[in-house]
Design a protein around this ligand. Structure first.
Ligand SMILES: Nc1nc2c(ncn2[C@@H]2O[C@H](COP(=O)(O)OP(=O)(O)O)[C@@H](O)[C@H]2O)c(=O)[nH]1
Ligand SMILES: [Mg+2]
Length: 239
């Protein structure tokens, strides 16, 4: 089984090499694909330099900040093209603990989509302001209520797809970007009948660098949930 983890980056020069090292300390043969959006802080330069001595690392460089969703899609398409069987995703900022990676890989033996979940056993978020935690928690309640998708944490970004399911999702049709992107991918996988497993994880807010979260990301997700629901009703006549 060939596995790769996609890491989107925008101004992660404080984190990117440290996270790659931390990943390889845990799973030495896990390949890493960084998708950088022309970070002004030189994130891509650091990765490129490291690639000269480490064949486990790949880099996609895009011209500017084109958004998280399209960054993932570019990464997933490349990973599928390169023939990986398990395609993981995580953030560069240590909010997702690389020590969890073996659990994801093990779960991928029996599931098609594994989601690192902050809300599957209580609330496992450290150092977020209460306002952000409440927003995230209610966003998930909202998503679950409208879509009826049985996922406690549909907005998280620590996940693993088996390639057979990922390759059935039309990545070129995906337009959403922030939280909406995570919801849309889960929803599409779920509608395809993917076997989904939520693994409890602890999410720790970043220490270095800045968050790229914005209000628009929340509006986008709020609208997307209805859009997906309506498309499903129109296409399949199902609720
Ligand atoms: N390539 C790319 N990566 C991004 C973009 N926006 C955010 N990221 C990366 O996506 C991950 C999650 O973003 P972050 O700002 O930590 O979001 P938060 O944890 O929700 O506050 C980090 O690795 C960011 O560097 C983007 O527009 N393009
Ligand atoms: Mg973050």
């Amino acid at each position: 089984m060939k596995s790769i983890v996609c890491i989107p980056t925008y101004n992660e020069s404080d984190n990117i090499l440290r996270i790659i090292d931390a990943i390889h300390d845990v799973v030495a043969d896990l390949h890493v694909l960084v998708i950088d959006d022309g970070s002004p802080d030189g994130t891509a330069d650091l990765v490129r330099r490291r690639m000269t001595t480490d064949e486990r690392i790949y880099l996609i460089e895009r011209s500017g900040k084109l958004g998280l969703g399209t960054a993932y899609c570019a990464g997933f398409a490349e990973a599928l093209k390169l023939g990986y069987d398990r395609i993981l995703q995580m953030d560069a900022d240590f909010s997702h603990d690389p020590k969890e990676l073996p659990r994801f890989l093990e779960a991928a033996e029996s599931y098609d989509l594994i989601i690192g979940s902050r809300y599957v056993s209580g609330v496992n978020v450290i150092n977020w302001p209460m306002s952000r935690l409440l927003l995230s928690w209610f966003a998930n309640l909202y998503t679950r209520t409208i879509t009826r998708m049985p996922i406690a944490d549909a907005t998280g970004g620590f996940k693993c797809f088996r390639s057979d399911v990922l390759s059935k999702i039309d990545l070129t049709a995906i337009r959403s970007n922030g939280y909406a992107f995570q919801i849309e991918m889960n929803y599409r996988a779920w509608r395809l009948g993917a076997r989904i497993k939520e693994l409890p994880i602890i999410f720790v807010d970043r220490v270095s660098g800045e968050s790229k979260m914005s209000k628009n990301i929340v509006y986008e997700a709020a609208w997307l949930v209805w859009k997906m629901k309506l498309i499903t009703i129109i296409t399949f006549g199902k609720r």
